[in-house]
Design a protein around this ligand. Sequence first.
Ligand code: PPS
Ligand code: ADP
Length: 207
Amino acid sequence: MSAVGNGNNIFWHNCPVGKPEREKLLNQKGCVVWITGLSGSGKSTVACSLSRELYALGKISYVLDGDNLRHGLNKDLGFKAEDRAENIRRVGEVAKLFADAGLICIASLISPYRRDRDFCRQLLPEPNFIEVFMNMPLELCEARDAKGLYKLAREGKIKGFTGIDDPYEPPLNCEIELRQNDGVCPTPCDMAKQIVTFLEEKGFLQA
Ligand SMILES: Nc1ncnc2c1ncn2[C@@H]1O[C@H](COP(=O)(O)OS(=O)(=O)O)[C@@H](OP(=O)(O)O)[C@H]1O
Ligand SMILES: Nc1ncnc2c1ncn2[C@@H]1O[C@H](COP(=O)(O)OP(=O)(O)O)[C@@H](O)[C@H]1O
């Protein structure tokens, strides 16, 4: 046992069944696929599509979606910078646990600030954090406006809306960038397959 954390009298307890044992049972490697992008860029859609593709391959994943988590774990948080940072920190820690359980954890959050995403990245060994940038233009996201929030933000009825009056900092070194080809957005299924190919090539789909 070793002492950990900020406080005194807190110890880490090791369990004999660890990540490698679980990965062997599941025949996959635990990791975090972190999908970042503007509201309406298609994060949730790609996350679900990816989960379905993996399921079809016999691989276990779990989706942590920003919107959904704000109904429970993060219901006490708003959209000020410090609330977003705490939101991302919590989800990063939960995602790390899912990856340790041997699952392919798919986190889909706007996660607009680079510093917050980098915090989550450094929670995991280097290859196990896969950052996916939904690089869709604001105009496309705003035209979709699936929830009517861009309209409210433009009318000044929502303050601090990402892309309108709150910044989105694009990744500088993401593993995967999903974008339009000649002004056409690929289907969710095609984008999910692009991520599956990456996972296959990096060896995450076998123990
Ligand atoms: N001010 C403001 N800015 C951005 N988004 C807002 C805001 N207020 C509410 N919403 C809705 O909340 C969803 C984003 O939640 P996240 O947890 O992913 O956001 S963040 O990562 O903490 O920035 C986001 O969902 P998605 O559209 O799925 O991205 C919005 O529907
Ligand atoms: N690849 C795509 N092509 C066309 N429409 C899409 C695509 N991905 C998502 N959409 C649509 O865009 C809207 C926003 O998608 P969503 O996944 O909710 O985005 P986000 O989670 O980033 O807010 C939805 O109406 C969805 O059906």
